[in-house]
Design a protein around this ligand. Structure first.
Ligand code: GLU
Length: 457
């Protein structure tokens, strides 16, 4: 059977690096197994879900290098969920409940004081036909709970009922269905909570592996029971740990913190985000991986830690530097073109500056320095000024070859008696206006003889 995975965010905000981790775990799993990746939008909450967020999530995924084979919206699939509800009702495992949140809260408190676990006691199952009719006459609408299969014959006599699965990430997992409340699947107003639509979609879309955050481990016990109640084969599950900020806070779509959009706008490369999002919190070192195929080779879901992983956004900048340093001109040509860096000098320019960039867009300021001259007035002492002027008089005639810097500075050294920093720094300052940067041997040919002489202090 073709491996089929899905990434299922609700389109209620921009995705962040933690969501990207889930998407990438699925994408890499599909890549490794030559499988399919379904993009599913969990938009049953029509109030909070927005098409513009769905569009931006797709955009962010494409930017990261994830290209779904299929895209689905739950809001277009209500008839399937309605059919599943009828099936569960007919099997007697979906029952109407009428308690208000306040009543449920009170019951939980009573159970706690009695030393009982604060789970739903299935009181609604005891309602007679007449009592139900009475409640409805009083204007109460039912919500619907799934009767968990955690009893032999009497639903009020629950017994330990273990659901097991071999988690793709965490290994052997067990959930005891008797420790859980019967989950509400349909609200009073007829809207669906996440649990049922998710299972129905996973069945109808042929999902073979459900890979998601470990905040869903308990849900998995319930969902396995639902797959079975709907007569479907149970897929495999994998639950990866969640990412937190360095101070241990969870990430939220609502705040926009560490959103893929903000990282992109901050000049972070997609593979820097992907490398960190996938490798942090695993036994692999976090290194800058240049391509999705290489990342798939490194990706071992079972090597993921079971506890939450702290990560430092500063690491993205470090990874970015390494990635940019190794990027070939062919890989960046079009992006440089957009930054108006083009022409015959574009390639040698890129090779000269790539090792000095935190972000690709930093190339613009170097291009300007080389084309227009220093962007800040070089601070040179009287003595250095005279030295630079003397050095400029010794500039070789063009045409220049790759040794021009070496040849020139050898002559300057001889004439001035200067060496080391005393020789290079005033020249660097005069040519670039900055104390550090790419090798002058690479920059000088790009500035040219005329350009250099125009920088005479
Ligand atoms: N919409 C759910 C979430 O974002 C999907 C969970 C799942 O993958 O099943 O948490």
């Amino acid at each position: 059977m073709t491996v089929t995975v899905r990434f299922a965010p609700s389109p209620t905000g921009r995705i962040h690096i933690g969501n990207a981790r889930t998407a990438l775990f699925n994408w890499l799993f599909a890549l490794k197994h030559k499988g399919r990746f379904i993009q599913r939008f969990d938009d049953t909450d029509v109030e909070r879900s927005r098409q513009e967020f769905a569009d931006s999530i797709l955009y962010d995924l494409h930017w990261l290098g994830i290209f779904p084979d299929q895209t689905e919206y739950q809001s277009k699939r209500f008839s399937s969920y309605d059919a599943a509800v009828e099936k569960l009702k007919a099997a007697g495992v979906l029952y109407a409940c009428y308690e208000t949140p306040e009543e449920l809260d009170l019951r939980r408190k009573v159970r706690r004081t009695r030393g009982l676990p604060p789970i739903y006691g299935r009181e609604a199952l005891k309602l007679t036909e007449a009592e139900r009719a009475g409640l409805e006459q009083d204007g109460r609408k039912p919500h619907w709970r799934f009767l968990l299969p955690n009893f032999a014959s009497d639903p009020f006599e629950t017994e330990r009922t273990e659901v097991h699965w071999n988690d793709v990430v965490r290994g052997e997992e067990t959930v005891d269905l008797a420790s859980l409340s019967d989950p509400v699947l349909v609200r009073e107003d007829g809207t669906y909570l996440y649990t049922l639509p998710s299972v129905v979609d996973d069945i109808e879309m042929g999902v073979t592996h459900i890979i998601r955050g470990d905040d869903h481990v308990t849900n998995t016990g319930v969902q396995i029971a639902l797959f079975q109640a709907l007569g479907a084969e149970v897929p495999a599950f994998g639950h990866h740990n969640l990412l937190t900020t360095a101070s241990g806070e969870g990430l939220s779509k609502r705040t926009g913190a560490l959103s893929i959009e903000s990282l992109r706008e901050g000049g972070i490369e997609p593979m820097s985000v992907a490398s960190l999002a996938v490798l942090v919190g695993t036994s692999e070192n976090v290194t800058a991986v240049a391509s999705m195929a290489d990342l798939a080779d490194k990706f071992e879901p079972e090597a993921t830690s079971k506890s939450a992983s702290k990560f430092d956004p500063e690491e993205l900048v470090v990874l970015n530097r390494v990635l940019l340093h190794h990027m070939t001109f062919a890989e960046v040509r079009d992006r440089l073109l957009v930054l108006s860096i083009s022409g015959k000098d574009a390639e040698p320019f890129w090779m000269a500056v790539r090792g000095n960039l935190d972000r690709l867009s930093d190339a613009v300021s170097w291009w300007k320095i080389l084309r227009e001259g220093p962007q800040t007035v070089p601070e040179l002492s009287e003595e250095d000024r005279a030295f630079v002027s003397q050095a400029f008089d010794l500039l070789p005639e063009e045409p220049w070859d790759g040794n021009v810097w070496k040849d020139w500075t050898a002559k300057v050294k001889k004439a001035s008696g200067r060496k080391g920093k005393g020789l290079f720094m005033p020249l660097r300052l005069a040519i670039t206006g900055l104390e550090s940067g790419p090798e002058l041997a690479d920059l000088l040919p790009l500035v040219g003889r005329e350009g250099t002489l125009a920088r005479r202090p």
